[in-house]
Design a protein around this ligand. Structure first.
Ligand code: PEP
Ligand code: MG
Length: 551
């Protein structure tokens, strides 16, 4: 095996330490002959109960709201009576409890995977629950993150949501996975926890436990057999890194201002005293309002929405809060929108398009936003996801302004919209580029497909071209064009985006210090040169290499 493995750096920073692979999933022994089906049924239910309880306890302990929500959802699935009944059915057909649980969960997971889209993603959750329940039945340790009693670099095929959610960043120094992509669940949570991460690094699975390795979450390099001195140096650099002391505001070394903003799902994602304690952040660049709607059978009413938005606006007096209207459909299905079964949901009725069939849902949301904005003195901006044409942008702008909200924007997530940014800007006050979706649609690569991680790499020059043309349109119109996709969380890419003419960057809280610190070390002219070298590269890897080696 080579001494340097290559994957995709998806969460910035460096770390070094002993590698440890994820606890293995239990291996089923040969089936037992069942003599007492009632006892097997009781054992299967006890296993599901145990797993549900354990996940609920972990949810209660989880400090991070995203982690808590994932664990709570997992615990609920474990308690789903339909799954218990499927296990009973398999026991009735003659299987012992462990094989019955395995069969029932595998069948359900296969069904979800065959359904595709968001449901397919949930298959991994079911398989994770299955493995936990089977391990309990076999008296084996739960599969998952090892606990050797010292810090380590975790290597895994891919991480189950429950594992990612409970990672303890004091123990786990960095993540390396064989699968996953830049917008995968693992990558997003790694960034939220501030852990360096490399995904799509297949060869890492062959690294022996205990091997001393160095991870570079910027370049995607995983270096094997490093010395103890490298480990000590990396630890010292991380502890004393300038990123730790970044105080804001966002600007280049020569003072070119670039507001750094937060991506949040609700007021719970803000620091306790957001008005004063925002670590160099100037506000919220993406409030993903769909989190209030997810998992609900009825749309939240006007009062509930007003209250939720008011909490965010009140936490940020005088600061910018960019609220995105409901982004449902595709990977975020909402039962009450009762969207038709679509053969290809990512290309179907999603984002702003849901207002074609359910305009009243958008109307209620805008009314709630307007009332909340009037009840607080945040600087409220409103934008729509998945805008495709200037006409859609104009219609949306008219609706928003009819509610007395004055700052209206369009997200640029569809290549058509990027190509017509100038025309869209005739109708709106700002653009915000969602690089996660713009990347998937530009490259025709499903953002949930880890095998296409190289195409989904936000360093793809084609994506950078579209971003550059939006920034030019913004400059010509004298209107701001920000980035709120995950690309803004990558410190090197953030410098490139600024060099392309992007005016603000919105990211998870954990990314702010690194992005802000990196930006403060380069002049605006340096950023322009870095952007030119990225645009001139033949592919994503070459673009990243050109920028990281030019520094
Ligand atoms: C994006 O697509 O880049 C974006 C910010 O939106 P989301 O990830 O919520 O789809
Ligand atoms: Mg999007």
């Amino acid at each position: 095996m080579a001494d340097v493995l290559r994957g995709l750096g998806v969460s910035a920073g460096a770390a070094a330490g002993p590698a440890l692979r994820m606890g293995r999933v239990p291996r089923l022994p040969a089936p037992r002959t069942v003599t007492d089906q009632a006892a097997e049924r009781a054992a299967a239910r006890e296993a599901l109960d145990q797993v549900g309880r354990e996940l609920a306890e972990r949810a209660a302990r989880a400090a991070d709201p995203a982690a808590r929500a994932i664990l709570e959802a997992q615990a609920l699935i474990a308690k789903d009576p339909m799954l218990a009944e499927s296990c009973d059915g398999a026991i009735g057909a003659g299987l012992d409890a462990a094989h019955a649980v395995h069969t029932a969960f595998t069948q359900q997971a296969d069904g979800l995977r065959a359904a595709g889209g968001y449901l397919a993603e949930r298959a991994a959750d079911l398989e994770d629950l299955r493995d936990r329940a089977v391990a309990w039945l076999l008296g084996e340790p739960m599969p998952g993150i090892p606990d050797p009693g010292h810090p380590f670099v975790l290597i895994a095929d891919d991480l189950a949501p429950a594992d990612t959610a409970t990672l303890d960043p004091r123990r786990v120094l960095a993540l390396v996975t064989a699968r996953g992509g830049p917008t995968s669940h693992t990558a997003i949570l790694a960034r939220a926890l501030g852990l360096p991460a490399v995904v799509a690094c297949q060869e890492a699975l062959a690294v022996e436990d205990g091997t001393l390795i160095h991870i570079d979450g910027d370049t995607g390099a995983v270096t094997l057999h490093v010395t103890a001195a490298v480990i000590a140096e990396t630890a010292a650099e991380t502890a004393g890194s300038p990123a730790e002391s970044f105080a804001g505001p966002g600007r280049t070394a020569d003072g070119h201002r670039v507001p750094l903003l937060l991506n949040i799902g609700s007021a719970d994602d803000l620091p306790a005293d957001a008005a004063t304690d925002v670590e160099g952040v100037e506000g919220v660049g993406l409030l993903r309002t769909e989190l209030l709607f997810l998992g609900r059978h009825d749309a939240p009413g006007l009062d509930e929405q007003r209250e939720a938005y008011t909490r965010v606006f009140r936490a940020l007096p005088g600061r910018r809060v960019v609220l995105r209207t409901l982004d449902a459909g595709a990977d975020k299905p909402l039962p009450f929108l009762s969207l038709a079964d679509e053969p290809n949901p990512a290309l179907g009725i999603r984002g702003l398009r849901t207002s074609r069939t359910r305009p009243e849902v958008l109307e209620t949301q805008l009314a709630a936003v307007a009332e909340a904005a009037a009840a607080a003195d945040a600087d409220v901006w409103v934008m729509a996801p998945m805008v495709s044409t200037a006409r859609e942008a104009a219609d949306f702008a008219a609706r928003v302004r009819a509610h007395g909200l004055s700052k209206v924007g369009a997200m640029i997530e569809v290549p058509a919209a990027a190509l017509r940014a100038a025309q869209i800007l005739e109708h709106v006050d700002f653009l915000s580029i969602g690089t996660n979706d713009l990347g998937q649609y530009t490259m025709a690569a499903d953002r949930q497909c880890g095998e296409l991680a190289d195409l989904l790499d936000p360093w793809q020059p084609a994506l950078l071209d579209l971003i550059a043309s939006c920034a030019r349109a913004g400059k010509a119109a004298g209107k701001p064009v920000g980035v709120c996709g995950e690309a803004a969380s990558d410190p090197w890419l953030a410098c490139v985006l600024v060099g392309l003419g992007i005016s603000s960057l919105s990211m998870s809280r954990a990314a702010v210090a690194r992005v802000g610190a990196r930006l403060s070390r380069y002049s605006y002219g340096d950023c322009v040169r870095l952007a030119e070298s990225a645009l001139a590269a033949a592919d994503a890897a070459a673009a990243r290499a050109a920028v990281t080696s030019a520094s």
